[in-house]
Design a protein around this ligand. Structure first.
Ligand SMILES: Nc1ncnc2c1ncn2[C@@H]1O[C@H](COP(=O)(O)OP(=O)(O)OP(=O)(O)O)[C@@H](O)[C@H]1O
Length: 269
């Protein structure tokens, strides 16, 4: 049997436990991702999406439960310890790249797994350059001709496309996408989402993506989950989500949670 890429077992997260402000943000969450699955996560405001991603990434300490990545128990491992297993792309295109370094230098740093020591010591080899050019050309944004351009001079969409390349160049066990197109205009967001799908499926990268865009949640990925008040209330495989519309999804949410979806961003998308 194949080892799952991600196993979340009975995950509970509380904020300010034992105080009047106690908040039980995740409740007995069970989630298993097989290698290559691309799961989109939607849910209302405060449903627990970020708490789930932060728990998996290690930026939030687990209160109760277990998290395994590629069979390894990482529940109490720091973000740094998990870094060789997980890559994460955030909403802000500025957060994933170093603005004063060139495209080539940023990609070289990613190839050295973010280690400045290896970066300075080993420099950029000819094989690395060939790989960078090939990867950049696959984006179809003409960035293979801009290897010596400072990243800070590129547009948000170009930067986010490069961030995606950097996040996947070493084939992580798990890719976390944290509303990574939300800060882009609709056309650029669509380009970056198409690239995401292309990169993830070509390299069979297991992916968990939070989005407020229901259309994207339906269009992309191989599975869709909906969170509500800290619980997974809907879990749809590809064949079930195919053909669904946003109203279908809203109706499903209401049926499962007993409430209307309360996310303005979702409703407007
Ligand atoms: N650091 C924190 N301290 C206290 N409560 C928190 C903290 N982070 C999140 N929460 C609470 O936990 C619950 C889940 O929040 P979370 O950010 O995971 O939701 P979300 O689904 O990502 O929401 P949104 O889509 O609005 O960003 C919310 O009630 C939120 O207020």
């Amino acid at each position: 049997m194949t080892t799952p890429a991600l196993e979340v077992h009975k995950l509970n997260q509380w904020f300010e436990k034992g105080t009047p402000n106690e908040n039980h943000a995740l409740k007995d969450v069970e989630l298993t991702l097989q290698p290559g699955e691309f799961v989109t996560i939607i849910g209302g405001n405060g449903a627990g999406k970020s708490t789930l991603l932060n728990s998996v990434a290690g930026s939030l300490q687990v209160t109760q439960g277990q998290i395994k990545i590629a069979g390894k128990d990482v529940t109490y491992q720091s973000v740094a310890k998990r870094a060789n297993l997980i890559s994460r792309v955030f909403q802000d295109p500025r957060s994933g790249t170093a603005p004063l370094l060139t495209v080539k230098e940023n990609l070289a740093l990613a190839l050295k797994r973010g280690s400045w020591r290896n970066f300075w010591r080993r420099g950029v080899k000819r094989d690395d350059l060939a790989l960078m050019k090939e990867k950049l050309a696959s984006l179809n944004l003409g960035l293979e001709d801009r290897l010596d351009t400072d990243i800070g001079l590129l547009s948000g969409g170009q930067r986010q496309a490069i961030t995606l390349l950097m996040a996947t160049i070493n084939l992580p066990e798990l890719l976390l996408l944290d509303e990574h197109t939300a800060a882009l205009d609709p056309a650029t967001s669509a380009t970056v989402m198409d690239l995401t799908q292309q990169i993830v499926s070509a390299q069979h990268i297991t992916t968990l993506m939070i989005t407020h865009n229901m259309q994207d949640a339906l269009k992309y990925g191989t599975r869709l989950i909906m969170l509500d008040h800290g619980r997974i209330v809907v879990d749809l495989p590809a064949e079930k989500k195919r053909g669904l519309t946003i109203p279908d999804l809203l109706a499903l949410f209401k049926e499962q949670s007993g409430e209307e979806m309360n996310d303005d961003a979702v409703l407007l998308s």
